[in-house]
Design a binder for this molecule. Structure first.
Ligand SMILES: Nc1ncnc2c1ncn2[C@@H]1O[C@H](COP(=O)(O)OP(=O)(O)OP(=O)(O)O)[C@@H](O)[C@H]1O
Ligand SMILES: [Mg+2]
Length: 589
């Protein structure tokens, strides 16, 4: 026998299957995608033993004709593309003609199907590369694929499978991703005879709320932006809903769930400014673009794509998200919910940056258009749009008027919906930060000379840093002069900063300049630097504010972008509506 020889077909398929069918969840993904490609509107999944023992997917799609059945199980046989040209503009989920052949090589497979033209269904079975002749069977229009004992004939691979519970968890995640992408299709999932998911055809927001929970719905803003070639839509949660893992991140390109580096980076950047760096944002976003602008043939499980115009896509995602998330505190929350009726968008998303009076007017207009306020949640959530009550007064600005200060930490304010509770330090910190950013960008940080310079002892290194970075300090609004090798004097500082903190702030700014160098500190580290400065500028806890000062802070919050969260991603205010209070006191029961 020659040293080099051709491998038998079964072995070729088993090798290929290693890439395509990594575990039950990958088989489930391929089967669900086939059902969607077949135009199904109802798909039922049944699993046993985490999908290892049995994985059955039944659909009501267009079905497969008798003579095509054996071909469906053969490698490189597909109905979806015919030429390179087709490959370059694939609109279907499948295109390689590999999935079923791979599954047939590593499991016992049966495929039953019936088309609109058939009087009854036909069934083929495959095991160890041997395929049966099509035999009549009873089957309504559509297809059922059944896989039993995954990897029964490749024990080395079977050993790599994890516990039943783990494999089921992966299957469920796959199921959720696909169900999220197609709310126009009904899905169900059973495991070991128990129904785990039953999802009717439903509006996108409802499907998202069903899968990710109402809480996500309440914390999310809707995202939608279109250019000539690109469309991004979906929901992105405000930072208060952030997670410790990436488990609530769903990004789809032309309906396909992908983990894409370009999009991932753009999304991270959009959240960078409002999210603590150890937290992960939550979103469900759909990017659609012409198929010829994205290559889907780059990964065996098709879980990665390559954009022809990386940079354009990055910019588009980043700007769209950043804008959607930069809602001032006067903007409400609550996007994806159970409300299925299409309604005009709440005004805050169209009127970012309006004055309080215009906000209130826009809000009233929106209420008149929709005939209602925000849906009843049953939960106490920080939402501006609570149900209309007879006590509703349109004269209040969104965050209302201050009533009192609580524990030196919170401002209590009455607004149209009840009580707004504001964390004054967090809110002020955000305002100062946003102002600093704008001022630095415009090279206009206002400085204030100190009547009596603040002098203090410093390490020689700090003195040297101050000496070497006069220009950068000047841009930041500081005049820090070395008086001796171990003494510094702050002679002027930004108006926004309070004098009491001069020494601490000076040290922090100098440390940042020393560690990263002036140019980095003012560019890529700019936000961190300004956040540090803002933290010192913001009113401290236990600092008594007059009612006028509190009202001024509330008005500033309404005018400033992103004041719904502090610089660390925590919420800055919370709404307790009259309905919530009534419920607490069981009024009207
Ligand atoms: N549920 C189904 N309903 C109707 N036709 C199906 C179904 N599943 C598979 N087919 C047919 O069988 C063919 C082979 O399916 P298979 O999944 O192996 O390849 P593919 O979907 O064409 O490409 P890929 O390997 O990328 O998934 C498909 O092209 C399709 O014509
Ligand atoms: Mg397929």
């Amino acid at each position: 026998m020659p040293a080099i020889h051709l491998l038998p077909d079964l072995l070729i398929n088993q090798i290929a299957a290693g890439e395509v069918i990594e575990r039950p969840a990958s088989a489930l993904k391929e089967l669900l995608e086939n059902s969607l490609d077949a135009g199904a509107s109802d798909i039922a999944v049944q699993l046993e033993g985490g999908g290892i023992k049995l994985l059955r997917v039944r659909d009501n799609g267009k079905g497969i004709a008798r003579d095509d059945l054996p071909l469906a199980l053969m490698r490189h046989a597909t109905s979806k593309i015919a030429s390179l040209d087709d490959l370059q503009r694939v609109a279907s989920m499948g295109f390689r003609g590999e999935a079923l052949a791979s599954m047939a090589a590593v499991a016992q497979l049966s495929l039953s199907s019936s088309t609109a033209l058939d009087a009854h269904g036909w069934k083929v079975e495959a095991r160890d590369g041997q395929m049966s002749e099509p035999a009549p069977t009873s089957h309504a229009q559509g297809s059922t694929v059944e896989l039993r004992e995954l990897y029964f004939n490749t024990p080395a691979r079977r050993k790599f499978l994890k516990s039943e519970a783990t494999e089921f968890a992966h299957c469920e995640e796959t199921f959720k991703r696909i169900a999220l992408s197609r709310p126009d299709v009904a899905f169900s999932l059973q495991h070991n005879g128990r129904t785990v998911w039953q999802l009717p055809v439903q509006p996108p927001a409802e499907r998202i709320a069903a899968i990710l929970g109402e809480e996500f719905g309440h914390a999310a803003v809707s995202v939608e932006r279109q250019t000539a070639n690109l469309l991004l839509q979906g929901f992105a949660a405000l930072p208060a809903y952030s997670r410790s893992t990436r488990d609530a991140q769903y990004f789809f390109v032309n309906g396909r769930f992908v983990r894409d580096k370009v999009a991932g980076h753009a999304l991270r950047q959009a959240y960078q400014d409002i999210l603590h760096h150890q937290r992960h944002p939550a979103f469900v976003l759909f990017l659609d673009l012409p198929p010829e602008q994205v290559d889907v043939n780059v990964h065996p499980a098709k879980s990665e794509v390559r954009f022809r115009e990386n940079q354009g896509v990055h910019q588009f995602i980043f700007h769209t998200l950043q804008q959607a998330l930069s809602i001032p505190a006067s903007g409400g929350q609550g996007a994806a919910g159970t409300d299925s009726k299409p309604a005009p968008a709440p005004p805050q998303q169209q009127h970012i940056g309006l004055g309080a009076a215009q906000q209130a007017a826009a809000y009233r207009l929106w209420e008149m258009q929709t005939g209602k306020g925000e849906r009843e949640s049953g939960k106490i959530t920080p939402t501006l749009y609570s149900p209309l009550t007879t006590r509703h007064s349109p004269e209040f600005p969104p965050l209302g008027y201050a009533l009192a200060q609580l524990s030196g930490i919170y401002i209590l304010a009455q607004n149209a919906h009840g009580l707004a509770v504001v964390d004054m330090h967090a809110a002020h910190e955000r305002i100062v930060y946003e102002k600093f950013k704008a001022a630095l960008d415009a090279e206009r940080i206002a400085t204030q000379p100190l009547l009596i310079p603040v002098t203090f002892h410093a390490e020689p290194l700090d003195v040297a840093t101050a000496e070497a970075n006069q220009q950068a300090l000047d841009r930041l609004g500081f005049d820090i002069a070395p008086l001796s090798p171990t003494t510094l004097a702050v002679r002027a500082m930004p108006v926004m900063l309070r004098q009491a903190e001069a020494e601490t702030v000076a040290f922090e700014v100098l440390r940042e300049l020393r560690e990263y160098g002036a140019s980095r500190a003012l560019t890529e580290r700019r936000d961190e630097l300004l956040a540090t400065i803002a933290c010192h500028a913001a009113v401290r806890a236990n600092h008594a504010l007059s009612i006028t000062e509190m009202n001024a802070l509330l008005r500033e919050m309404e005018q400033t972008e992103r004041t719904g969260q502090c610089n660390h991603g925590r919420p800055t205010w919370f709404q307790l509506s009259l309905t919530d209070l009534d419920k607490m006191f069981m009024r009207g029961k």
